[in-house]
Design a protein around this ligand. Structure first.
Ligand SMILES: Cc1cc2nc3c(=O)[nH]c(=O)nc-3n(C[C@H](O)[C@H](O)[C@H](O)COP(=O)(O)O)c2cc1C
Length: 186
């Protein structure tokens, strides 16, 4: 059974991110053939990235928090990133969480769910480009949520029902690619 991590993309105290990530998890949990886990980057308390480059290649991290983060990402076969858009890109918290690791991400698949005033499309496209370097293959189907129509007063998540089908299609693609890529890591 493949294990997919639903990774949060914002760490600020008043974030809406967790509402979106929990909604994705609730849709994912309707499947029984795959294990899904909500992985909240905020829980890992990663310090601002300050590792020597060989540490990334050898997984010999200086920051103890990075070792815990490394273990979590190592045990996952695929990911769904739930990202807001900050100044046309992802948050620095998510970027650091990605930058900390390399081998742990390699040859795995991911889907992207984004949100923002312009649906988080630029953040999602930036994230796709970022993930090419640690060799994460991102699927094409992209649920994109509007701060104006999928949230009440930009704070309370209340998504239009049609998004569920897009999430399910994205999950199907992530599971298929994660299953296929697992064979090249073994
Ligand atoms: C610093 C900052 C920059 C932002 N830039 C954008 C942007 O470029 N495009 C956009 O659609 N929304 C932008 N927003 C709006 C966020 O997408 C919105 O505040 C969202 O709730 C942030 O996610 P979070 O609450 O989970 O942290 C920005 C918000 C912040 C705080």
């Amino acid at each position: 059974m493949v294990k997919i991590g639903i990774i949060t993309g914002s760490t600020r105290d008043s974030r809406v991110n967790l509402q979106v990530a929990e909604w994705v998890k609730s849709i994912a949990d309707r499947r029984t053939d795959v294990e899904f886990e909500l992985v909240d980057i905020k829980d890992y308390n990663l310090p601002k990235f300050n590792e020597p480059i060989p540490a990334i290649m050898s997984q010999d991290y200086q920051a103890p928090e990075a070792r815990v983060w490394s273990e979590k990402i190592s045990e996952l076969d695929g990911f769904v990133f739930v990202t807001p858009e900050y100044n046309k890109s992802i948050t620095s918290g998510l970027k650091d969480a990605i930058d900390y690791l390399y081998i742990e991400w390699n040859n795995k698949a991911a889907g992207i769910v984004s949100y923002g005033s312009t649906l988080g499309v630029s953040a999602a496209n930036n994230l796709r480009l970022i993930l090419t370097v640690p060799k994460v293959a991102t699927v094409g189907t992209h649920p994109a949520l509007s701060l104006f129509t999928d949230f009440e007063e930009m704070r309370t998540f209340n998504p239009a029902p049609f998004h569920e089908e897009t999430v399910q299609t994205m999950l199907n693609e992530v599971v298929a690619w994660s299953t296929a890529l697992k064979t090249i890591r073994e």
